[in-house]
Design a protein around this ligand. Sequence first.
Ligand code: 5CA
Ligand code: ZN
Length: 409
Amino acid sequence: MRAWTSPDPGTPPARGPAVRVFDSSTRALRDVTPADGPARMYVCGITPYDATHMGHAATYVAFDLLNRAWRSAGHDVRYVQNVTDVDDPLLERADATGQDWVELAERETQLFRTDMEALRVLAPEAYVGAVEAIPLIVPMIEDLQQAGSVYDVDGDLYFSVTRDPAFGEVSGWTREQMLEVFADRGGDPERAGKKDPLDCLVWQHERPGEPAWDSSFGRGRPGWHVECSAIARHHLGAAIDVQGGGSDLVFPHHEMSASEAQVVDPDSRFAQAYVHAGMVGLDGEKMSKSKGNLVLVSKLREAGLDPMVIRLVLLGHHYRSDWEWDEADVSAAGARLEKWRSAVAKGAGAPTAAVVTDVLAALAEDLDAPTALRLIDHWADATDFGDDTEPGAGEVIRRLVDAALGIAV
Ligand code: 5CA
Ligand code: ZN
């Protein structure tokens, strides 16, 4: 499907260093310099209802920082994102509210696009819906069948997790930990007839009143995890650099999709790094559609808030930390943006060379946006205070915050 309109990625005033990010799988920082060719990144997209809340926005802005850090280091980036435009929660929401599921998904996906544009998130090269990907997903399930890792339970097809010797390595969790959350996160550990309670659905046969598509294993629809492994594999190949999403996807989603990919392509680890953004909360709980405690990007935009202020609020928290949306951060970010804008507008300003180096270094070292913001603050304060040593300093900083942080001043 169509992505959103990408902002100009800009060019930073200097080249940035090699990029390292925290890999959930090895629990260490990992150099994600692509071996050859472009960096390949797959980030799990929205299930299109109740979009775009601040948790979604924070996650996509985090991976936008990675995209920009790679570009600053001189790499091209192939970025792919999906839209889970058919799945149980979407169908349930459509049902509960008397809407057509296709219309609901299209409307919410469109809203998400406009929010991403407003937040100046670089668009993926391929933006792929689950429905349109069914012709890719079915052959992936056939490949899994060929590999002897799929079995039938009353017409539904399950993936045998034990067929991947590396199953468990993405999350590093014990079976007990996995079993504890599996049911809450779309799994069905209790279903009779499964070989292992952790096995996951790859194809669900047609249910009355639900959408279904033809396949070599009968009419039905794909399971969630195989959607992402099939889309990533088709658009990026068997071994990608970064698999990304929020930390709620570590298990089962990223564990399962990696295992499915690795069973089909046993010679490659699916992703070099599994990178996860922290959870944004509100009033002491994770912001989530199921709880309904949402702050929507579009609502704040409608109320006249500058999207760059929203982006600055998000960037003020390290992407890996869990944090709470707090109205007070909005006015602080507004003041910060004003300060930056007035300093940049002066033209001449405080020296920039060290600022440029340090901001790019902070972002290349696990996307440390809070440090980058403080460095820009110091420059703006010095400039505001009257330091006009460097002619054209404002333009250098404007380019820097545009390309590296996605902030238009
Ligand atoms: N469609 C699937 C991924 S294939 C999905 O998880 N959709 S979602 O709409 O629930 O979430 C979209 C993205 O936002 C995911 O990467 C998810 O991890 C992230 N996300 C969801 N809630 C939050 C939150 N409260 N804070 C941070 N990120 C979140
Ligand atoms: Zn996904």
